[in-house]
Design a protein around this ligand. Structure first.
Ligand SMILES: Nc1ncnc2c1ncn2[C@@H]1O[C@H](COP(=O)(O)OP(=O)(O)OP(=O)(O)O)[C@@H](O)[C@H]1O
Ligand SMILES: [Mg+2]
Length: 285
């Protein structure tokens, strides 16, 4: 099923955060959205999930007009497109398992939700999701006591519990160290490849977008100024997205690097990390 934005605009007062964006995304793509701070990346994701409404234009998924959904249909849509945030948005005082189970809430009636009863099947599903992300040993720990990387993996497990068609991730690795950033991006790639879930992720680092995304959308001042595969993202395209600095020297790609690089030497796009680092990255705590 195809997802589509048609001339979507969002204004805040007289400021235009997203300006007439039209994009078509086939089911199963892994899309990175890049751009300077204030370019409109978060606003774009929030409109897709309907946390914010467009000022004009429309959003479509298959035959559904997402931008006009209300009530239960809107809640179903929000269940279908799970959000992942930079700050994880877990409930820190609740244990990890309960946080993951919260992803099921939209699948349940209000009464069973209020009673806070989760079935054995749902609990098993939650544990399986935690196992898949390599953090099942934290199930009974309070979410707030986990490291950032572990918390983001809990958030991904919670998203999986929603059985989503799409995962929207807003700077999912911006608060993480390089090793955890790799683990989290690998997890997003895995659900994209194995379940065919569309992933749209805002990233503030170009090398991550190049490494993980088959399609990159570059935004500047609310407009889409680039839309294509990473290999078409030339230095000129990067300058158009990020702009030039005052000397007109342009932006150097290393300035926007996440540096998943741990060895001290840059890891060129697409090149696998060394076996040692790979082992570390996949090791379970
Ligand atoms: N709720 C709001 N009220 C007023 N202005 C807003 C609001 N949300 C966003 N904006 C403005 O819209 C523009 C786009 O913001 P947005 O958060 O989408 O950018 P971004 O690309 O996600 O930036 P960053 O990389 O810093 O997260 C900015 O100028 C911002 O100040
Ligand atoms: Mg943002």
């Amino acid at each position: 099923m195809k997802f589509e934005l048609r001339k979507v605009t969002r204004r805040f007062g007289d400021r235009i955060a997203v300006n007439a964006v039209s994009v078509e995304i086939p089911q199963g793509q892994m899309v990175g959205v890049i751009g300077r701070s204030g370019a409109g990346k978060s606003t774009l994701l929030r409109m897709i999930n309907r946390l914010q409404d467009p000022s004009s234009g429309s959003i479509h998924f298959g035959g559904i007009e997402v931008s006009s959904l209300k009530g239960a249909a809107l809640r179903n849509w929000q269940r279908d497109c799970a959000m992942i945030f930079q700050q994880f948005n877990l409930v820190p005082r609740l244990d990890v398992l309960t946080n993951v189970l919260l992803g099921r809430l939209n699948h349940r009636s209000t009464v069973t939700s209020l009673l806070n009863i989760f079935s054995r099947e749902e609990r098993l599903m939650a544990i399986a999701a935690l196992e898949r992300l390599g953090i099942e040993q934290t199930a009974l720990q309070r979410a707030g006591t986990l490291s950032g990387g572990q918390q983001q993996r809990v958030a991904i497990a919670r998203a999986l519990m929603q059985d989503p068609k799409m995962v929207l991730a807003d700077e999912p690795i911006a608060s993480l160290d390089p090793l955890n950033a790799k683990i989290v991006m690998d997890a997003l790639r895995d659900i994209n490849e194995r379940e065919g879930i569309t992933v749209i992720t805002n990233l503030h680092t170009l090398d991550t977008a190049r490494n993980y995304c088959e399609r990159i959308i570059g935004m500047a001042a609310g407009h889409v100024v680039f839309d294509g595969p990473p290999q078409e993202l030339t230095a000129a395209a990067v300058r158009e997205i990020y702009g030039s600095d005052r000397d007109g020297a342009g932006i150097d790609e290393t300035m926007t690097s996440t540096s998943i690089d741990i060895s001290g030497a840059a890891s060129p796009a697409g090149k696998p990390l060394s076996a040692g680092i790979e082992a570390l990255a996949t090791a379970r705590a």
